[in-house]
Design a binder for this molecule. Structure first.
Ligand code: M6R
Length: 612
């Protein structure tokens, strides 16, 4: 969950590293640090706090080297402090390391190293790494040019858990070694220089040519080369992959925050997601997803497994898969799925949704599903991400880089893509349904309708100003609207720190209504005419008890009186979350702004959750 950046070239490393860290802060922002190779050895500058705090540490001005590693931290082991910040070194500063991931057996390793004369100065799991490398280096009697690499490989062989590591050493002052296992790391190749990062967008302005690393591939980088080795130090041949993301897509482009920019980008991102997968003539096809009628007919279950917002996207499309494909579909939280011994076999198709493609629980759930014989399909936004390399099939959302921690455009693109996948499966299965042509038309009309839904921003902002001091907000919905309010509620709590809960409206009377009192805010979505009268009754019940109400709907609700009624364009209820969530993304955004919070980097959170 931490951000890693590195540089080896002919320019001064410090500004490149700081620039990269600023772009990576969404991955974690408890502390930050850099280490460069200088004439007098390795210099480390690190501090608790954000990258801005690091920039104001006096010692940073002395860094002149053109090889360096840097880190922005999301604390797992040891509180945010100067000592716990990365980079970490061995006592003699012969090795400096930044790390993303978790070393699960760090206690045993500390004990072992302690017995061998090593001392630790932080509470982190990471500090064992430079010390272990130093231990192996000192215990290797062969003095050749692979000695540091051998020490790194031996150390990594002892590590349990996940890691992406950048290592510099005084013994190899013109090189850098990097390796990953279950934690993201890419290398950007440019002319006479190499850039390293945990995320592609952070270095996209320097190059579009990337090496995507597999687990336990060791890379020895110099300014103009990258040598790849396996665990036995056998050379590996690696191809460069060109990533065609536009570098400006990772900039704020005049918006105050990435989140607002990403909310307003949705007409475009949805258009990109649809791409040529659904043509104006209604032809539906999905690249790299050749599943036969025999296979799809043999399925007795589809699982959709994901975390957070991506899981909510799964909930939004579950009814579509069941209605169109006639296959029972279950949505699971990845962290539960992986430990609940789910009934999976070769008759199950397991679909994993992950914007980053790096979420630890989702990847673990994928590995489990494969081991039980199921076919796996990854829906991801990040080309070459870990999940896409594990899954049998991958389809990309093509929403463009999402930087804000709160996911917005990735969610709508996930729902759009999964809706097209459901149609595609139904057509392969030969299922005839009047719903299909209607849905195709509605999907193609989405970019324009999202544009209209975004016009609700001003009235949402006005309502947000009235309620931003609230302590609790309740969200109610039925059917598909319940799936949508779950996402709306998550959005609000994660960036405004207001306690909010989403309930199936019919559940209200079974307990929650006890919490409703005068002045409390209740938000509801109503997009399914068959359920609207029921939800209206539930809202009447909270209004009677003094609640303030915000309703998002595409229906004519007659003379019903709500404090704020937000009209969105009509569409098939089966895909309505793509539109109904938009005003509520804005609601969360404006409340957070009113409270003066950091919208893009909410407290305690990180963009991708690469640890369990
Ligand atoms: O990268 P992923 O889609 O796998 O991430 C899953 C969740 O961590 C993510 O959706 C999280 O819930 C968002 N911050 C919500 O806005």
């Amino acid at each position: 969950m931490c951000g890693i950046v590195g540089y080896i070239g002919n320019k001064k490393a410090k500004p490149i590293l700081i620039n990269g860290l600023l772009r990576l802060e969404y991955r974690g922002y408890d502390s930050a640090g850099v280490a460069t190779v200088e004439k007098n050895g390795i210099n480390v500058v690190k501090t608790k706090g954000r990258v801005a705090a690091l920039e104001s540490v006096e010692a940073i001005d002395s860094l002149e080297g053109s090889i360096g590693i840097a880190h922005t931290r999301w604390a797992t082991h040891g509180k945010p402090s100067d000592e716990n910040s990365h980079p970490h070194t061995d006592k003699n500063k012969n090795f400096a390391v930044v790390h993303n991931g978790v070393i699960e057996n760090y206690n045993e390793l500390r004990e072992f190293l302690g017995k061998n004369g090593y001392t630790f100065y932080s509470q982190t799991d990471t500090e064992v790494v430079p010390n272990l490398i130093d231990y192996y280096y000192n215990n290797d009697s062969i003095n050749d040019d692979k000695k540091v690499l051998r020490a790194v490989v031996s150390a990594c062989n002892d590590l349990h858990g996940s890691f992406a590591l950048e290592i510099i050493s005084t013994y190899l002052p013109e090189k850098m070694i990097v390796v990953r296992k279950d934690s993201p790391l890419v290398i950007g190749k440019a002319n006479g220089e190499n850039y390293i990062s945990s995320d592609i967008p952070a270095i996209l302005s320097y190059t579009k040519d990337f090496y995507l690393l597999e687990d336990l591939e060791y890379v020895v980088l110099s300014r103009d080369s990258a040598e790849f080795y396996d665990e036995n130090l056998k050379p590996i041949n690696k191809q460069v992959v060109n990533i065609d993301w536009n570098a400006s897509a990772a900039e704020k482009d005049g918006y105050d925050d990435f989140m607002l920019k990403e909310i307003f980008e949705q007409p475009k991102s949805i258009r990109e997601t649809i791409g040529s997968r659904l043509t104006q003539d209604g032809i539906c096809s999905i690249e790299n997803l050749e599943l036969s009628k025999e296979y799809l007919s043999s399925l007795n279950k589809i699982y959709i497994v994901a975390c957070g917002t991506a899981m909510h996207a799964g909930l939004a499309v579950k009814p579509l898969f069941e209605k169109l494909c006639h296959i029972q579909t279950e949505v699971d939280i990845a962290s539960e799925f992986r430990y609940r011994d789910p009934l999976i076999d070769e008759k199950s198709l397991v679909i994993f949704i992950s914007q980053s493609g790096e979420t630890a629980d989702t990847i673990a759930a994928l590995k489990l599903s494969k081991s039980k014989g199921a076919k796996t399909l990854a829906i991801s936004n990040v080309i070459g991400s870990s999940i896409t390399r594990e899954a049998d099939y991958t389809v990309y959302t093509h929403a463009g880089p999402e930087i804000a921690v709160a996911s917005t455009k990735a969610y709508t693109s996930q729902v759009v893509l999964m809706s097209i996948v459901a149609i595609y499966f139904a057509e392969i299965l030969g299922i005839k349904s009047d719903l299909i042509p209607e849905l195709k038309k509605d999907i193609l009309a989405l970019p324009a309708k999202v544009e209209t839904a975004l016009k609700t921003a001003d009235s949402i902002k006005t309502f947000a100003k009235k309620v931003y001091t609230e302590k609790d907000v309740f969200f109610l919905g039925r059917g598909i609207d319940y799936a949508a309010v779950m996402e709306a509620s998550l959005k609000l709590k994660e960036i405004s720190y207001i306690h909010s809960e989403a309930y199936a409206a019919g559940e209200l009377k079974h307990g929650t209504i006890a919490l409703i009192e005068k002045g409390i805010t209740v938000v509801s979505i109503m997009t399914d005419s068959s359920l609207t009268p029921k939800t209206i009754s539930n809202l009447q019940e909270v209004i009677t008890r003094g609640a303030k109400t915000l309703v998002v709907t595409n229906q004519d609700l007659g003379d019903k009186v709500f404090d704020n009624l937000i009209k969105i364009p009509e569409t098939s209820p089966l895909i309505s979350p793509i539109l109904s969530v938009i005003p509520l993304q804005l609601f969360a955004y404006y409340i957070s702004k009113e409270k003066g919070l950091d919208v893009d980097k909410p407290r305690n959170l990180a963009k991708s959750v690469t640890v369990e």
